[in-house]
Write a new protein. Structure first.
Length: 194
């Protein structure tokens, strides 16, 4: 991994984020204190404050680091023609990004009310809407717009609904992606519906 990609997971900032996300997932965001994070890391609160002043700062940092691929995907998608192949590629890349960021998305799923109240809630909503805009045609009828929204939510829900289901994680990811692609293909070419 080059130094221009994500920071190494061993540095202090990343260790703080990793431990905080683990505690947020175990106990909930509201019930986790900065003191608990510093104790689990075996660092002083002052050392923690050097990197992050608040729990929200930690969460925003995690979100920015793990969601950089999604921002890059949106930028890439805006430069591409609105073909079905482009839309399939967007969904495939989004599936990969969701898999890579699974701990964060799991936290967001389990802490929806908290996430909505924090600054990242607006950012998340904006990113989802930007992705929908990339996979739906601008003049699409409402039923096809719903298919495109449903494709993304299928990917989100599939990640959690199938997490505890029997089967190979990659097979489950591919099955969810296939359903999402089917929805977008139907919206792209309504005459091709099965």
């Amino acid at each position: 991994m080059s130094s221009t990609t994500q920071p190494r997971r061993g540095n202090t900032r990343q260790r703080i984020q990793d431990v905080a996300l683990e505690l947020f997932a175990e106990q909930g965001y509201e019930k986790t204190s900065l003191r608990e994070i510093s104790e689990k890391l075996d660092v002083t609160k002052a050392a923690l404050y050097y990197h992050f002043k608040t729990k929200e700062d930690i969460l925003v940092g995690i979100f920015e680091d793990l969601n950089r691929p999604i921002e890059e995907l949106i930028a890439w998608g805006r430069e591409q023609p609105r073909t079905l192949e482009t839309k399939k590629e967007i969904l495939a890349r989004y599936s990969d990004a969701l898999t890579t960021s699974a701990p964060l998305f799991r936290f967001m799923q389990e802490n929806q009310a908290t996430v909505r109240e924090l600054s990242i809630g607006r950012t998340i909503k904006g990113r989802v809407l930007a992705l929908v805009d990339l996979i739906k045609d601008p003049e699409a009828p409402m039923v096809d717009q719903v298919r495109c929204f449903s494709a993304l939510f299928t990917m989100h829900a599939g990640m959690f609904a199938l997490m505890d289901a029997d089967g190979d994680p990659e097979d489950k990811r591919k099955a969810v992606l296939e359903v999402a692609v089917d929805l977008v293909a139907q919206a792209h070419d309504p005459g091709a519906a099965r």
